[in-house]
Design a protein around this ligand. Sequence first.
Ligand code: G6P
Ligand code: MG
Length: 218
Amino acid sequence: EVKACLFDLDGVLVDTAKYHYIAWKELANDLGFQFTEQDNERLKGVSRVASLNILLEIGGLSFTEEEKEKLAEKKNNRYVEYISTMDSSEILPGSLDFLKDCRAHGIKVALGSASKNAMMILNNTGLTSYFDAIIDGTHTSVAKPDPEVFLLGAKALETAPEHCVVFEDAEAGIEAAIRAGMVSVGIGSPETLAAANVVIPSLQQMNVARLRESFASV
Ligand code: G6P
Ligand code: MG
């Protein structure tokens, strides 16, 4: 029985993945190399520090820890500028209806995001009140694909992992769900998210009836 849904934020509930991409791309260009949308797939779901390390590896550059801190800060300042003007129009299609449907059917709802900016995004878009628990990058010590963020979410909801469904747009996030002992729904392309139990283009294709049908054995 599905008892709880754990949602990634960026790229699942809100359209922030594009802002992360633009901000990282600008940093790469500042440093003198190209950064493509395909490169960006590797950064989705990954923490800020881990993302910077991957980006620098792509550019073939190395910096001291102190320099890296400055670079991460530069990226984040740009990113925060983009998200500071967000409003409910940037909630991805189908998200609100599905969150409401979950609540109406007594399915608990948690956020499981790597982002340290999650609260700002939830507040700006008016999503905060839909969650029974919020776990973000300020609560975790290790990034996805480590399962920590989802295990903390399940714990906060007092629900066993085997009754939780994770919604994710990132490969690292699906891996984290698997490692947490949870089933998952990939939001995006079936090629990137092949490890998910179910893949749909967006939450528009999901409701509680379909969820229960897909995970009847959970
Ligand atoms: C999400 C995004 C990643 C991002 C991470 C950290 O998981 O998918 O692209 O790097 O959060 O976000 P932050 O807002 O803390 O830099
Ligand atoms: Mg994501």
